[in-house]
Design a protein around this ligand. Structure first.
Ligand code: FAD
Length: 418
């Protein structure tokens, strides 16, 4: 009999297995896939963004889905512990922009292999190709794990690390939620987060700006009364269905929530191409350029102010004759251009599906989880960690950090309880 059974071999389950075994438990790790860490291996563009080197306060600010809950698990195992853990196992890490940490060889598989090596060293029993069907409970205590093939494994501690519902081909198909419900847990509404945003605007449908990347912009989500809900800075890309890229992904959950809250068909996004300048300063700059070259065509004088395709679209949008000489360009025309560059409006209709999202929002309610141990408040011997919980961060290593931190905390507590 195993002391602890961990269900799911993503980052949270792998770390839970390590921690439980390091604290003396006999551990069985079960995964339905033929490989462990499949999502981890494709995270961070295949380079695995293992964590983020930020101060605790900032780290929590980057976890919009119940970040405050993470204070306790971080007290047990935080981003610096993750860095020490991997460096201690011989993986050198490097820091990139915004604190993002990657293995120095840019290979996610190295991270997965290192975790697996450690797990084997600790004599964790691993069963792959073994799908769990359900968890059985008896008198308020976990009793057994039932596999799809009919096997029943009795145990005193179970760690559910089955992930969310996003990118299901990696094994994350939401299997853990009904097992949690069966124990009496609440599953908060599931929704896609860190997901590309859709729009039916004519310039999107017409693919006018498709493939165009805009850098160091600000993107804001605006409520139907015109108030800003959230602003994110970063890069963004226009796609054939809407917008994507880091700033759009970060805004996506606010679009999902606003569409629902205000029960409207679209929510406005406002793109600021020049966040460092006021509309007036931008207008003055454009006016200076135009005044200096009265005989040249507008399109030649404004070339390079922003991307050519964007400029061409803006001329069309405002019916500006870009071939006119600058002497014939009015203040009003330039003001219009400057204003649109500061407040380019996109009507968002929604997002791609939860399956296409990077992360699942919602999950097992954190109110019913003991934050110091990740133990369920509903059933004895039951633990949760990772994305199955109602915790989500922005992309940039925050989700993986939460997975490792809650996983380590769950594994350690389960072993210590034994
Ligand atoms: C393309 C992509 C890129 C990402 N990039 C980033 C990034 O840069 N930064 C960041 O922080 N996050 C990123 N994420 C999110 C991050 O990868 C996840 O949040 C993280 O993997 C969640 O870990 P987990 O252990 O909770 O679950 P998962 O990694 O989803 O693992 C769950 C495991 O449980 C197993 N399982 C499920 N059901 C059963 C069952 N019934 N029986 C047995 N086993 C089962 C699955 O096979 C799977 O192996 C990215 C996600 C994707 C899809």
């Amino acid at each position: 009999m195993f002391d602890v059974i961990v269900i799911g071999g993503g980052p949270s389950g792998l770390m839970a297995s390590v921690a439980a075994a390091e604290h003396g438990a006999r551990v069985l790790l079960i995964d339905k896939g033929n490989k462990l860490g499949r999502k981890l291996a494709i995270s961070g563009g295949g380079r695995c963004n293992v964590t983020n080197r930020m101060e605790r306060k900032q780290l929590i600010e980057h976890i919009p889905g119940n970040g405050k809950f993470m204070h306790s698990p971080f007290a047990t195992f935080d981003n610096e512990n993750i860095i020490e853990f991997f460096e201690g196992l011989g993986i050198e890490l490097k820091e990139e922009d915004r604190g993002r940490m990657f293995p120095i060889n840019d290979k996610a598989q190295t991270v997965v292999d290192t975790l697996l090596r450690r797990i084997r060293e600790l004599n964790v029993t691993i069963w792959t190709d073994s799908a769990v069907k359900t968890i059985d409970y008896k008198d308020g205590h976990v009793h057994a794990v039932k596999l799809m093939d009919g096997q029943v494994l009795e145990t005193r501690s179970i760690i559910v690390a089955t992930g969310g519902k996003s990118v299901p081909h990696t094994g994350s198909t939401g299997d853990g939620y009904p097992w949690a419900k069966k124990a009496g847990h609440t599953i908060t509404e599931l929704y896609p987060t860190e997901v590309p945003i859709t729009s039916m605007d004519p310039f999107i449908k017409g693919k006018v700006l498709q493939g165009l990347s805009v850098r160091e912009i600000e993107l804001s989500v605006i409520n139907p009364k015109g108030k800003t809900i959230k602003t994110h800075e970063g890069d963004m890309i226009f796609t054939h269905f809407g917008v994507s890229g880091p700033a759009a992904l970060r805004c996506s959950q606010y679009v999902v929530k606003a569409l629902k809250k205000f029960d409207v068909p679209t929510i406005e996004l406002r793109l600021d191409l020049f966040p460092a300048k006021s509309s007036e300063d931008l207008f003055q700059e454009l006016w200076k350029l135009v005044k200096a070259e009265p005989k040249k065509q507008l399109k030649n004088v404004l070339k390079g102010v922003t991307q050519e395709r964007m400029l061409a679209y803006l001329y069309e949008l405002h019916s500006i004759n870009a071939e006119a000489t600058c002497a014939n360009i009015s203040h009003e025309v330039l003001r219009q251009l400057a204003n649109t560059m500061k407040q380019f409006s996109i009507q968002a209709t929604g997002t791609l599906s939860i399956e296409k999202a990077f992360v699942t929002g919602g999950g097992v309610s954190v109110k019913e989880i003991e934050p110091k141990t990740m133990h369920s408040r509903k059933a004895e011997g039951l633990y949760f960690c990772g994305e199955v919980l109602d915790i989500h961060g922005y992309t940039g290593g925050y989700n993986i950090t939460c997975a490792f931190s809650t996983g380590y905390t769950a594994g350690k507590s389960a072993a210590e309880r034994e």
